[in-house]
Design a protein around this ligand. Structure first.
Ligand SMILES: [Zn+2]
Length: 282
C-alpha cells in the first residue's frame, strides 16, 4: 500500500469520503476527485483486473455474466451517441475491457458490416467466452500496439479501474489515427455524498470516480478536442415519481430524528449519471 497524490490536480490534501473492504476512498479538496488512497500494490491491482477477484477484508467476485440486456441497452444508446451515417465507410474499432463482448456485438449490429473490431480483455473467462462468439479478443498490453492504428477506441466501465487515466489517454492517443476518436463511458460520481452513491464501491477494483468536468479537463490536457457528452439515467437509481421521492425524503428525515448518526439520502439528485464522452485526437 502506498500514499499517492490526486492524479487529476496533483494535490495532496483530501478528506475521507468512504471505506470498504479495508480500503479508503478520499475526496481531493482541490478538484473533487474521489480516489483510493493509499492504493494497493500494482501486483494486487493486476490480479484484481485479471481474475475479477481481489483480496481485502472480503473477497469480492465481480465477474457477473454475459448479458443480452446490456446489448439491448447499448443498441438504444448508440444512435444517440453516434450518427450512423458517420460510420458508413470502413473503420477499425478497438474496445478496451470488452468483457464478454456485448458492446462489440451491439456495434456490429448498429454499424453494419463496415467495421473491423478488436477487443482487449484481461479476464480469461470473459475472453474465452467472447472468442467462442467468434469475436477477435485478446489480452494485449496497449503499449505493444502500433502507432496510429485505430479509428475508434472505446472504454466502457474501464475508467474507474485505471491507476493513471492520463497515462492511459496518452497511450490511446498514440494508437489512434489522425482525427480518431476515443469513447469513455463511466459514471459521474465524484460530487455525490457517500450515502447518495447508488451501490457498492467495489474497492479496490475501482480506484477512482470522477466528474464530467474532471474527465474533460484530463482529455484536453492529453491532446483531445471536440469533446461531446451524452448523459443517461444511471440504472443504479430507481426511477421514481416526485410523490414517491417526497415520501422517501420524509422517511429519511424521520429516521434521522430517531437514529442519531443516520445520514439522510437525497432522493432529488440528478440521476442522469451514466456519461458517454466522445473526444477527437487533436
Ligand atoms: Zn485533485
Amino acid at each position: 500500500m502506498k500514499e499517492i497524490l490526486c492524479y487529476s490536480c496533483n494535490a495532496d490534501f483530501y478528506v475521507e469520503w468512504g471505506t470498504e473492504n479495508g480500503y479508503r476512498m478520499v475526496k481531493c479538496k482541490n478538484c473533487g476527485l474521489l480516489y483510493v488512497n493509499p492504493v494497493p500494490d500494482d501486483e494486487e491491482i493486476d490480479l484484481a483486473v485479471k481474475t475479477g477477484m481481489h483480496k481485502g477484508e472480503t473477497v469480492l467476485n465481480v465477474l457477473n455474466s454475459f448479458s443480452d440486456l446490456k446489448i439491448k441497452d447499448y443498441l438504444e444508446k448508440l444512435p444517440l451517441v453516434y450518427d450512423k451515417n458517420s460510420l458508413c465507410n470502413s473503420f477499425s474499432w478497438l474496445d478496451i475491457g470488452c468483457g464478454y463482448g456485448e458492446f462489440i456485438i451491439a456495434l456490429k449490429s448498429f454499424a453494419g458490416g463496415n467495421g473491423i473490431y478488436k477487443g482487449i480483455e484481461p479476464n480469461e473467462i470473459k475472453r474465452d467466452f467472447a472468442q467462442s462468439k467468434e469475436l477477435d479478443v485478446d489480452f494485449i498490453d496497449i503499449k505493444n500496439l502500433p502507432d496510429e492504428h485505430f479509428d475508434f477506441v472505446s472504454m466502457l466501465n474501464v475508467y474507474s479501474h485505471l491507476p493513471d487515466p492520463v497515462l492511459f489517454f496518452n497511450e490511446i492517443r498514440r494508437i489512434l489515427k489522425k482525427n480518431g476518436e476515443i469513447l469513455i463511458q463511466t459514471g459521474d460520481a465524484a460530487n455525490l455524498n457517500r450515502q447518495d452513491f447508488p451501490h457498492t464501491l467495489y474497492l479496490p477494483d475501482h480506484l477512482s470516480f470522477a466528474t464530467e468536468g474532471i474527465i474533460k479537463n484530463l482529455l484536453e490536457k492529453s491532446g483531445y478536442g471536440r469533446i461531446s457528452v451524452k448523459r443517461f439515467h444511471n440504472p443504479g437509481y430507481p426511477v421514481m415519481s416526485t410523490g414517491k421521492k417526497m415520501k422517501k425524503q420524509m422517511y429519511e428525515f424521520l429516521r434521522s430524528i430517531k437514529k442519531s448518526g443516520h445520514k439522510k439520502r437525497n432522493y432529488f439528485i440528478n440521476t442522469d449519471r451514466d456519461m458517454w464522452i466522445r473526444a477527437q485526437k487533436n
